[in-house]
Write a protein that binds this ligand. Structure first.
Ligand code: SF4
Ligand code: SF4
Ligand code: SF4
Length: 153
């Protein structure tokens, strides 16, 4: 599944720039992508002629909830629990020499993300590079996810 984009979301908006949401349709698409608004915040989408588009937007946006500290969203319906994201997270390698050499972190290691009940979970968001202003920008977990279950917004 390709990554979501503002333009993809914009295609399903009414494109009237009516301003009822307090912004333009393009700006609304950007806020949708960042999950700062949701499709129901556009009242025009409630009109019957936009019913299909609203349903499509809900499908594209998925069911993941944004973690405010990191901007990480995991869609449980897409995650297969493979652990690729856990293995590539640079924080895990920095904290553990074995992990830096290629071994996966053990379950009781302190990690940013972990597989729990066959799904990835953010267990220490405060350790994620994205929560630390001075840390290098990072999106390794999302880049290596084979199912695009992860988004960083
Ligand atoms: S309320 Fe909907 S149609 Fe109106 S500007 Fe916002 S996104 Fe566009
Ligand atoms: S954004 Fe980087 S530091 Fe944060 S969980 Fe993903 S790989 Fe780890
Ligand atoms: S890499 Fe993707 S599919 Fe695999 S555990 Fe992480 S989020 Fe789930």
């Amino acid at each position: 599944m390709p990554r979501k984009s503002i333009y993809e979301l914009y295609e399903f908006l009414p494109k009237t720039n009516c301003g009822e949401c307090g912004m333009s349709c393009m700006a609304f698409a950007g806020h949708l992508l960042a999950r700062d608004v949701c499709p129901r915040d556009c009242p025009v989408l409630d009109e019957p002629e936009h019913e299909d588009n609203k349903r499509r937007l809900l499908e594209i946006l998925g069911e993941g909830v944004k973690n405010e500290l990191t901007g990480l969203i995991v869609d449980d319906h897409l995650c297969i629990g493979c652990g690729a994201c856990v293995n590539v997270c640079p924080v895990h390698g920095a904290n553990n020499r074995e992990v830096a050499l290629g071994k996966g972190p053990r379950h009781d290691d302190v990690t940013v993300i972990q597989i729990i009940n066959a799904r990835v979970r953010l267990v220490h968001p405060e350790l994620c590079n994205r929560a630390i202003p001075s840390a290098p920008p990072c999106k390794a977990c999302a880049d290596y996810c084979p199912t695009d279950a992860m988004e960083l917004v």
